[in-house]
Unconditional design. Structure first.
Length: 313
């Protein structure tokens, strides 16, 4: 048995023994009246800790890091619930008084503690509905980053984007209220399917052989995303077993359009959500080399200015 599990077992044994002795002493009325209720509250705390250490003690046997993290969160929730129930049972013995008290408390608290209550509901949704897990990359209310922790009131993200203009880390840890889960859409980049589609735009001057350039750019892109395409196809097969989804083409494509200034080539390809910037950089570098070596005339936004002067007499 691992040392961590031995320590957890010892802690559980001590807490359980203490809680049992406290319960017996309380039932036998061996404490003064003014100490009975505080002691019952202490026993409730001990029982809650027993539940916490017992459930979280199972986590070392779970190989998945995310599952271990979720199990510890559930253990904390159960422990807090047991302690709260114990506190209520200590001070309120009649069911009718309990119901009346709950109604009065709910009426007063619902207004003054609206934000904390909303955060609590959001935490329940995270635990049981799982719109995201620790390690997922999400975008919520224009905030983007990797989830590194969450609790009753806050979601902590390792921020990406902002001044980096990419999916690179900024180095800042952002704390967002858990209530955002109820009030904002959550875009999850990595849950169930960790691939996204990206594009690179190239503009050609009229007169260039856009058909040949399109084929060459597609070949350049395929060279960089071949392994990614295979991974995306495997992941999509698993996704289609869980959700109703349409079959998608994961091979790179080059779409053509034009306007009054140039011919537009849009290169669309699938990439890993976490390595989008690196993949784009590698493809762009090879495209620039290709353009330079073959003398391709690339279009850019321009303006013709005609200067006129006064006519000489």
């Amino acid at each position: 048995m691992p040392s961590d599990r031995v320590k957890s077992f010892i802690v559980i044994l001590i807490l359980a023994t203490t809680a049992t002795m406290g319960y017996i002493l309380t039932e036998q009325s061996l404490f003064p009246v003014y100490l009975a209720k505080p002691f019952q509250m202490a026993v409730s705390i001990l029982i809650g800790l027993v539940f916490y250490y017992f459930i979280s003690g199972l986590s070392p046997a779970i190989k998945d890091r995310r599952m271990r993290f979720t199990l510890r969160k559930i253990a904390a929730f159960i422990a807090v619930s047991v302690i709260l129930v114990g506190f209520l049972a200590t001070w309120i013995h009649e069911v009718t008084i309990l119901a009346l008290s709950a109604g009065l408390v709910a009426a007063g608290v619902s207004f003054s503690l609206r934000e904390p209550i909303t955060s609590l509901v959001g935490w329940f949704i995270i635990i049981f509905n799982r719109p995201f897990s620790v390690g997922d990359r999400i975008n919520m209310n224009a905030v983007e980053g990797d989830v590194i922790d969450y609790n009753l009131f806050q979601i902590k993200l390792m921020e990406i984007g902002q001044w980096t203009d990419s999916n690179m880390y900024t180095g800042r840890i952002l704390s967002a209220p858990t209530s955002w889960v109820l009030t904002h859409s959550i875009y999850n980049y990595t849950q169930d399917f960790s691939f996204i589609w990206d594009r690179i735009w190239v503009g050609l001057l009229y007169g260039e052989n856009y058909e040949k350039v399109s084929a060459d750019l597609k070949e350049i892109t395929e060279k960089h995303v071949q392994d990614i395409v295979e991974g995306a196809e495997r992941s999509y097969k698993r996704l289609s077993k869980k959700y109703f989804s349409h079959v998608s083409n994961f091979e790179p494509s080059v779409y053509l359009s034009f306007n009054s200034n140039w011919v537009e080539l849009n290169i669309r390809y699938v990439t890993d959500a976490r390595t989008r910037t690196r993949t784009r950089s590698m493809i762009s570098r090879d495209i620039l080399d290709y353009i330079s070596k073959n003398g391709i005339r690339v279009a850019s936004t321009s303006m013709n200015i005609n200067l006129t002067g006064e006519e000489k007499s």
